[in-house]
Design a protein around this ligand. Structure first.
Ligand code: WT7
Length: 574
């Protein structure tokens, strides 16, 4: 039986849930005793074996070609033990940073738990990152090890000389006959390393667990540091919001390079002890429906861009598959359009339940709980164990007037809140106002306390649910020999919500052309990632800037959207 049950949650029930759902209860249910160690690697792996789930499937994995590999909780326990021993043998110690730079292979999921068992900090990195994106994140964290695969090893090799802290690169699929490994690189075949036991690091709830890099408007990407105690929040929200129960077959479509893919693609489901499906393949409607049908997926967590792509292909592919196993669907990452909710009802006979949160919050903050009447276009209400509000941007005082836009704010602390930005506590402290954590998004409330998203409060670009920082793109553009000045903004896009548009002023001797545009686009794609690649480049004589040289993205955005630019004389020059 789920906490919320199968009934409709009205306002009075919601108030009741606020009274009964709390983080302490999560700790108790997970068997954690205050003052005792807490390690995500134990909670998500060995604990399930201890509770009798040893023979239950933890992971059903489908590779590119459709090949299926299955792992029970006992398999995961033995393999994480083997891997943790190996890491320790290489000199990995508690608090070392270990990057996982892998496609969605079983090794990514099992490897992350192995790193956590050693007490080291796992740093998941999106495998489509190019060398500069990888470098920015691995150098900021001072990573001592990178776990990767042959396909991505070339990118690591290109930047290795610039990473003085990096001691070892672990390659999961090295073949003896293949090109030889270089000094400082070791082969590790996960399946050959099963061990019955490993002395799991006695981490506390406040010990660092994960470092997730996220983009801001200014400066390089920032590493949100999470702790082992975050599992309390991921567990409780997985149970209450995703409604995960013992027999569920759960599918989260997100890559663990992004926070959804770790909080709810590894930690949440395994802390509850359900079977989860992972597909290491690109998107097609048919492949997705086949996944649900073949594995009898019951709970599905995905994103608005994906839902819009499914919508585009219409109802025919839906009808070609037996999707009757589905009982609950959630969405995250960008505003969920009302049309997507309505289409979901028609296609699946179910509501997509929107969930709002961030890398920094580590777990779902505002949501439509199962049973809550879904108002298409609204994100729902605060998770009942939390206090969330819309606050005035200057004073931080909550706004209760319906329809009035302010900033989304959460009252600290909560278990999965980031504890700092790595190497950048100054920026971390700027995220608070009047005792609230400020998410950096704008929204309003309606009369019944539902949140309605209105937009981000900064220049970060949200493309297909992934944040990309304009600064990182602008810096990459400037590396191109033809580029003198650059600016990047999000341009509205019907499918991906936003795509990157770049404005470029050329160096003397270069003239705008389609070839040059393509060359610059590819340059950014290779260095950063396909998501960061501008879909359009506009050549300009100069990029608008303040007197102190700050790029006026607001002016470019307003022009792009056909909006009034406003009073430029009052624009801050800070
Ligand atoms: C930003 C956080 C948290 C997992 C994925 C993204 C936007 C997220 C919603 C939603 C409207 C949303 C916000 C937020 N966002 N969920 N349900 N409705 N916007 O994590 O990369 O840290 O991005 O994504 O702007 O601040 P992230």
């Amino acid at each position: 039986m789920s906490i919320t049950g199968s009934r409709v949650i009205h306002t009075a029930d919601y108030e009741h849930l606020r009274a009964i759902i709390n983080w302490k209860q999560a700790g108790q249910e997970l068997g954690h005793i205050e003052g005792e160690p807490l390690n995500i690697g134990y909670v998500c792996v060995d604990r399930n074996v201890d509770l009798g789930r040893g023979e239950k499937l933890a992971l059903v994995h489908e590779g590119h070609g459709g090949e299926i590999r299955q792992f029970t909780y006992r398999d995961v326990m033995l393999l994480t033990n083997g891997w943790a021993h190996f890491l320790r043998g290489l000199g990995v110690r508690p608090l070392d940073r270990v990057c996982l730079f892998l496609d969605r292979h079983p090794e990514l999921y099992i490897g992350m738990m192995s790193v956590l068992k050693t007490g080291a900090i796992a740093e998941p990195l999106f495998s489509a990152f190019g060398e500069e994106a990888l470098f920015a994140r691995a150098s900021d964290s001072g990573a001592m090890a990178i776990i990767t695969e042959r396909h991505h090893l070339g990118k690591v090799r290109k930047i290795r000389d610039r990473l003085p802290s990096l001691q070892v690169v672990i390659v999961i699929d090295h073949e003896e006959e293949g090109r030889p490994l270089r000094e400082g690189e070791v082969a590790f075949r996960m399946m050959d390393h099963r061990r019955d036991t490993f002395p799991i690091a006695r981490t506390s709830p406040e010990s660092p667990s994960l470092l997730h890099y996220t983009s801001g408007t200014t400066g390089a990407p920032k590493g949100a540091m999470h702790v082992h105690g975050s599992v309390l929040a991921q567990y409780l929200t997985s149970k209450t919001v995703l409604d995960l129960q013992e027999d569920d077959i759960y599918w989260c479509t997100a890559d663990p390079g992004w926070v959804t893919g770790t909080s709810y693609g590894i930690i949440g489901p395994w802390s509850v002890g359900v079977t989860q499906v992972v597909v290491n393949a690109g998107f097609t409607s048919d492949r997705w429906y086949e996944t649900i049908e073949k594995h009898r997926v019951t709970v599905w967590y995905t994103a608005p861009t994906a839902i819009r792509m499914l919508m585009k292909d219409g109802l025919d592919p839906v009808r070609r598959h037996d999707l009757s196993s589905l009982r609950h669907m959630c969405s995250v990452g960008e505003p969920l359009n009302p049309e997507a909710v309505r289409w979901g009802r028609e296609a699946f006979g179910l509501d997509f339940h929107d969930t709002f949160w961030q890398t920094e919050t580590g777990a779902i903050m505002v949501t439509n709980l199962p049973g809550m009447p879904v108002k298409p276009g609204s994100m729902g209400r605060p998770f009942p164990a939390l206090e969330a509000a819309i606050v005035d941007e200057k004073t931080g005082v909550p706004i209760t007037e319906p329809g009035k836009i302010g900033l989304i704010a959460i009252r600290p602390p909560w278990p999965s809140m980031m504890r700092t930005y790595w190497n950048n506590s100054a920026t971390y402290y700027k995220k608070f106002l009047n005792g609230w954590y400020i998410c950096g998004d704008r929204a309003s409330l309606d009369k019944e306390g539902y949140f309605w998203f209105s937009g981000r409060d900064d220049d970060v670009i949200n493309t297909a649910g992934h944040l990309v920082g304009p600064f990182e793109i602008e810096s990459a553009l400037l590396e191109h020999p033809a580029v003198a000045e650059s600016a990047a903004i999000g341009k509205p896009d019907p499918m991906n919500m936003e795509v990157v548009k770049a404005f470029v002023a050329l160096r003397p001797g270069f003239t705008p052309s389609e070839d040059l545009e393509l060359d610059i686009m590819n340059f950014v794609r290779k260095r950063l990632s396909p998501l960061a690649m501008p879909q359009e480049i506009e050549f300009v004589d100069r990029v608008p800037k303040t007197r102190s040289g700050k790029i006026l993205r607001r002016v470019l955005k307003a022009k792009e959207r056909g909006e009034a630019i406003g009073d430029t004389s009052t624009m801050d020059d800070d």
